[in-house]
Ligand binder design. Structure first.
Ligand code: NAD
Length: 494
């Protein structure tokens, strides 16, 4: 990652964008577009075609046609695997371009986006490429004179709706296993970060993915997303985003064709620091980054920090020192630690949450105000709150911004109770020097992910998903492949 390379790429003009349907780039049937506005400086990067119901239908029909014709679903597994590897090659060849384009679109600091976006997207395509020819069926232990075969088959048309915080990484977590399983896909990016996914569509074509197998339709959630969720010929809807939209999608499925819906939703993840943590300085540093990086726009962010009372005040002091020294600014500067907030709307939401936490009695230790390092952009100083109580809105509701709520606890039992006092269950962490306590906590915490003496990092080999209102599906790992396969039983009389 070189600053000169980034500086050159940030000046590139971005052409207006069309929809990718059946291997062709087309305008929306209505002719409507929407602007891609950069949160770095509020400038319009380009205009993007806004898919309507007619375009969604065309994309689903193209996906269905390609599926039924078998151009991908019946391609020999060894060949499919090569295409997925070539997609990873294309992503790697365009790593810098994809990273910089994504940051211009959503404002994530480049140091993070560089690895998390093209880096992990290429890794996902490689991982699932290697799975293609390892999907074996089963023979059931049936009585003599019979043979029970269990086939694993692609399901058909998969619709993927993704958010703006890590568009390329999250889309790859869905598209790569869905394609590896032999399905055809319609991908809808967020209207706040479409560019890198439209580019991914082009790279997939160049890698030899047959037309219609991956369609990318930009557009708003209310129009394009809703039409996809209600389409009668979509078999699976895989979604990452907010809880309220997740609920709408379940309803849309119930009111249309009962398509399978996988939800990866938000969280209010507890990060628990015991007084016997091996290194409190390291715990404070990693905990601060665990909520503040990408301006807190990370689904697994440790937004509730529970600290054992003996070390509470010392820990808050450490966090304050870290928070005030974090470099907030131009996300395309390699030394920036926290980039832009993704939109004016999200910044206003964050600032309102700061105000409401203060109104409810939490103490703002530091930060929480809008910053203006670049004219026209959206930036915010990381906010640290203590004296937060479990009934406060800040302790219960996801903000999706750089706001950390600190609460004290006395005992392990107390910590477990507080940690589980949530409607969510996405991620969590425990900092302790006791191996036994670490294992007890891993079992006791209701969450899809428990970190021990770290925050963030599980790679593609580990499932990521939540329990309770954080969702019902898992991205990543071999388990994600199963989501996109159907089981078929063949009962044979011998
Ligand atoms: P969002 O729910 O507003 O939007 C997500 C996607 O849904 C976008 O593509 C949007 O256009 C679409 N959408 C919006 N309304 C729709 C509708 N009525 N019908 C169909 N589609 C619709 O979420 P966001 O603001 O983009 O992302 C932030 C949320 O995502 C946070 O809650 C965060 O925790 C969550 N998230 C979860 C994970 C995870 O893995 N669990 C990862 C990243 C983000």
């Amino acid at each position: 990652m070189k600053q000169e390379q980034i500086d050159a790429l940030r000046l590139h003009t971005i052409a207006d964008q069309k929809l990718l349907i059946d291997g062709r780039w087309v305008n929306a049937a209505s002719g409507q577009t929407f602007p891609a506005v950069s949160p770095i400086d509020g400038q319009t990067l380009c205009h993007i075609a806004a898919a309507g119901p007619e375009d969604v239908d065309q994309a689903v029909q193209a996906a269905r046609r390609s599926f039924e014709q078998g151009v991908w679903s019946r391609m020999p597994p060894a060949e499919r695997k090569k295409v997925l590897h070539r997609i990873a090659d294309r992503i790697e060849a365009h790593h810098a371009e994809l990273a910089v384009m994504g940051v211009r679109d959503n404002g994530t600091e480049i140091a993070m986006a560089w690895k998390a976006e093209p880096g992990s997207a290429a890794g996902s395509f490689r991982y699932y490429a290697e799975c293609v020819d390892k999907v074996n069926g089963e023979i059931a232990p049936t009585p003599e004179g019979t043979l029970g075969l269990i086939h694993k088959e692609p399901v058909g048309v998969v619709a993927a709706i993704v958010p703006w915080n890590f568009p390329l990484m999250i889309a790859a977590w869905k598209v790569a296993p869905a394609l590896a399983a032999g399905n055809s896909v319609v991908l809808k990016p967020s209207e706040d970060a479409s560019l890198s996914l439209l580019r991914l569509g082009q790279l997939c074509l160049e890698a030899g993915l047959p037309p219609g197998v991956l369609n990318v339709i930009s557009g708003t959630g209310a129009v394009a997303g809703d039409a996809l969720a209600r389409h009668m010929d979509v078999d699976i809807l895989t979604f990452t985003g907010s809880g309220p939209v997740g609920r709408m999608l379940l309803k849309a499925s119930a009111e249309s064709n009962l398509k399978r819906v996988y939800l990866e939703l938000g969280g209010k993840s507890p990060n628990i620091v015991f007084s016997d943590a091996p290194d409190l300085a390291q715990a404070a540093k990693v905990s601060a980054l665990g909520i503040y990086r990408n301006s807190g726009q990370v689904c697994v962010a440790g937004s509730r920090l529970l600290v054992q009372r003996e070390v509470h005040d010392e820990f808050v002091d450490r966090l304050r020192d870290i928070a005030v020294n974090l470099r907030v600014g131009d996300p395309l500067d390699v030394s920036t630690e926290i980039g832009a907030v993704s939109s004016a709307r999200q910044l206003a939401k964050n600032l309102a949450a700061v105000q409401s936490a203060q109104n409810e009695g939490a103490r703002l230790v530091v930060g929480g105000q809008a910053l203006h390092p670049i004219e026209g952009g959206h930036y915010m100083a990381p906010a640290l709150f203590d004296r937060v109580t479990p009934n406060m809105t800040l302790a219960r509701e996801e903000v999706f911004g750089p706001l950390l709520a600190v609460m004290p606890f006395d005992s392990e039992v107390d910590a477990v109770r507080l940690a589980n006092e949530s409607t969510y269950g996405l991620a969590s962490a425990v900092w302790t020097g006791s191996l036994s306590r670490a294992h007890r906590m891993v079992r006791a915490i209701k969450a899809g992910v428990v970190h021990v003496n770290t925050y963030g990092g599980p790679d593609i080999t580990m499932p990521l998903g939540g329990v309770r209102q954080s969702g019902n599906g898992h991205d990543k790992s071999m388990h994600a492949l199963d989501k996109y396969l159907d089981l078929k039983s063949a009962w044979i009389q011998l």
